[in-house]
Design a protein around this ligand. Sequence first.
Ligand code: ATP
Ligand code: PH2
Length: 580
Amino acid sequence: MSVTLSRYRVLLPRNGRILPGCPLRPSTTTRIHTASSVPSLRGSLLDFGRRRGGASVRSLATVYLGLGSNVGDRHANLLRAFKGLREFGEVDATSLLYETPPMYVEDQPWFLNAACRLSTDLGPAVLLERLKVLEAAVGRKDTARWGPRAVDVDILLYDDLVLDGGDGGNGDDGGDTGRPQQHQERQQSKRWLRIPHPRMHERPFVLLPLADIQPDLAHPVLRSTVKELLSGLGLSAGVGNRTLSAAAAGAKGVEGQAGESAGAGGAERVLPMGVCSNGHTRLWPMEGRRSRTYVMGILNATPDSFSDGGQHYRRGGGVATAVEHGLKMARDGADVLDIGGESTRPGAAEVSPEEEISRVVPVIEGIRDAATAGGEAAAGEGDDADTIGPVTITVDTRRAAVAEAAVAAGADAVNDVSGGTFDPQMLATVARTGVPLMMMHMRGTPQTMTSLTDYGGNVVGEVSQSLEACSRAADIAGVPRWMHVLNPGIGFAKTHSQSLLLMRELDVIAKHVGSPLLVGPSRKRFIGELTSESDPIQRDWGTVGACCSAAERGAKLVRVHNVKGAVLALAVSDAIRNEG
Ligand SMILES: Nc1ncnc2c1ncn2[C@@H]1O[C@H](COP(=O)(O)OP(=O)(O)OP(=O)(O)O)[C@@H](O)[C@H]1O
Ligand SMILES: Nc1nc2c(c(=O)[nH]1)N=C(CO)CN2
């Protein structure tokens, strides 16, 4: 049965009867929408909003949106769209980020795709109109259907609404025949709207990110969950092997390249961090053959760090020595330099934000100036993962003011050992600056942490849950999950055996949290104890062992003092894992 409201038809599932326009059986659990039960469907769908307050109070709708971009700085486009969506309600969950082969029209650059969940009082048609305005503001031009675009935001699901708002007058289940001219004419003539999005179930680039948010979410018409729809495409949800099988790729018209590297044919998770020499956001492959274990070089702009005693800062000239050491680490193969102005060794004294800023900002500026001068020639579209660009810099701080000053000076991301909990302004500041956030697990402060090691016998579970909570808080504050890196905090409020257990069960933590893991074993006490080395500087061989073990168990980044050792060792262990 259907009710016609203005030009829109709401499909009402009844008695398991197949609905017009629905490819499969309707769900018996689908909420039945009528004009009275869904006030937002009264009258023309184009001129209502979900009103706040007064007699017509109603609950907020839960909407799932799919985002895509394959023109220009794809991540910058997605981030602008994401920030714009926060004006439409509360974006309370986001996905990871995927680089995906173009579907339908294959002769175009690869896309970046993500998804988010929006809680909004906007009705579906008003939401659609506002999305179109947002897409235009981000830079979308009218293009051929399924063709290249700066940004595309599709309404995937809107509560469990089943809405057939026309098909643009061409009778196709998903709209038109794909002829560009017809598509443009239709776009200009009138808006049509179908919910659920008529093609979402066949799109890995929609289902993969959706599964990050809610794998058990049910499609209100097909009755299958997102996880089940993915498995129907030969893919699995969550961290692990998501590579599209050649059969599934062929069946769905995806650019499947059977016989080539597995990663070339399917979607891959990526982490946006830093800038390529073409000015676009650099994308770090997090799975597939292009992926490897990334090395973060530690650069202490402090006079009192535990393992180097400030040797690269205090002795022999402060900033200049630190900059020189940073550049050496970059030449040794560091993917990112982590610059910190406050020691977090056990018992270390706090420094003021002003002091911290005065330590890190000149070093960031010095490295930025020296490194950008050495950038390579600009690369074309879609090369954002492979282009070697200016060195990537993170600032190691717990303070929002320091993070803000560091990003203004050229830092690409914030690395917070307190997981965003020390400074109440940290999450909002990182959201505003639009950089990725690395969040570490710890308890207490460097002064108190050594006595806070009681995890009730479940350090792995506690750390996983705590990291997940940090990630949720950051997500809600406006730092999308695809920009999170999580760190179990080896040695921070952990005993020797707890550190070993966390190192051993990194894969469990990685699976639990989904986000890329950063691990920092470098020169730590547990390595000294295992190798009988009391001098931290003598612990690099042991550190390399820990890095290789971490990489085998799913760590995506390791934070080390001795970059060269880690880079060389990981080149071998990564190759054995990936190419064997
Ligand atoms: N669920 C939906 N979400 C977004 N747009 C929709 C939806 N259903 C129908 N449309 C209509 O589709 C029109 C074309 O949208 P768009 O240009 O983004 O299509 P496309 O991205 O090329 O193809 P597709 O929608 O299959 O991804 C929109 O103007 C809108 O009227
Ligand atoms: N991989 C991928 N392919 C697409 C995409 C997209 O976002 N990702 N969007 C399209 C237009 O809707 C057409 N094809």
